[in-house]
Design a binder for this molecule. Sequence first.
Ligand SMILES: [Zn+2]
Length: 112
Amino acid sequence: MALLATYVGLSHAVRAAVSTYIDRTDMASTSTSKKRNAAKKERRPKRKICNFCADKQPDINYKDVTRLRKYISERGKILPRRISGSCAKHQRLLTVAVKRARVIAFLPFVAD
Ligand SMILES: [Zn+2]
């Protein structure tokens, strides 16, 4: 009987906790989702895979102009990671390579 009583008490406590949890999450989700939907319509772009990681080429060479050209804009600017999709490590190497290539005039600083 005592066991039953504790069981009932426990279950009641758990149920109460669960219900409060559900209420809280429900409230939270509705308030945030409304805001989020108003701000932007759930745009989650697909994660791009880094081309350099995929190719397994260890080095990004400043002399490899044909390759570097894919990572600069028409104006000659280096494309950001969110557009090119390259990983942080390779983006850093790429940036250095592009800058070196600019210094020796393989790539333009600005293109008009
Ligand atoms: Zn990479």
